[in-house]
Write a protein that binds this ligand. Sequence first.
Ligand SMILES: [Zn+2]
Length: 281
Amino acid sequence: MTDRPLTLMAVHAHPDDEATGTGGVLARYAAEGIRTVLVTCTDGACGDGPGGVKPGEAGHDPAAVAAMRRQELEASCEVLKVDHLEMLDYADSGMMGWAANDAPGSFWTTPVDEAAARLAELMRRYRPDVVVTYDENGFYGHPDHIQANRITSRALELAGTTPKVYWTTAPRSMMARFGEVMRELGADWEEPGSEEPGSGESEMPEIGLPDEEITTWVDTTAFGGQKFDALAAHASQGENIFFLKMGKEKFTQLMGVETFVRVHDTTDAELPENDLFAGLR
Ligand SMILES: [Zn+2]
C-alpha cells in the first residue's frame, strides 16, 4: 500500500471545461474517496462578459471576465468536490484565427516545454494515478485545448510514470443524438467544428469517435445533478446556457456517460473498461 490516496488529475483549458467534459468523473471519483485535482490552464478572459458581451465588443473587459470566471470555477469545484484546484493562469488564446492567439502571454504562444515544466511540477507533487486531458485536436480544434494536450503529453514524460492516461472523447452515436435533442429544443444548433456555413444537417460532425474506438465508458448518471449544477455555476457563458436549457433530467440522460480513449496504461486492465481506475484498486 502507498501512503497517499489514489489520485485523479484532469487537465483542462478553460474555466467550465471541467464541467462539460469531466464533471461526472470528478464528482463520481470524489464520492468514492479518490483525491481529485483539477488543473485549469487559462484564465478564460476571451469568454463572454456580464450581460453576454462578446470579446472584442465594447464593454468587454478581459480582466473583469477572468475574475468572474475564476469565481465561477471555484463554485463549480465546490459542487464537484474537487480537492485541489490549480490554475496555470495563462491568457486565454481565443478561437483559432483570433488575434488573441498571438498576443503576448497567450497559452497558445507559450513554449510547450515552459508550460509543461509547471504542469510536471504539479504531477510530482500530486503523483496522479490517472491523468485525463483532450486528444491531439483538442476535441474540436480550439488552440488552448490542443495546447493542453501538448503540455500534458510533455509533462507526463518529464514527471515520470503515471499508470493510466486518457483523452476525453464522445461517441459519434451520442453526437448525432445530441444534435437531435438540441434541435428539438428549438436551439439553432450548429455542430461544433463545422466551420463552413450551410453545411448540411445530415453531415456527421468531425468530432468524437466511432463507438468501437472508445476504450472506456464511465457511468456517471448518478452524478448528473452535480454535473449540471457545476455547469450552471458557469452560466455567464453563452454555450453553457444552451446546455442548461435542456434541464437536469434530459441533460443527465444525454451527458450521463463520459467516454475516454486510454492512451497509456501499465495495469493491463481489460478493454473496454467502465472505470478509469480499473486495475489500480
Ligand atoms: Zn475550453
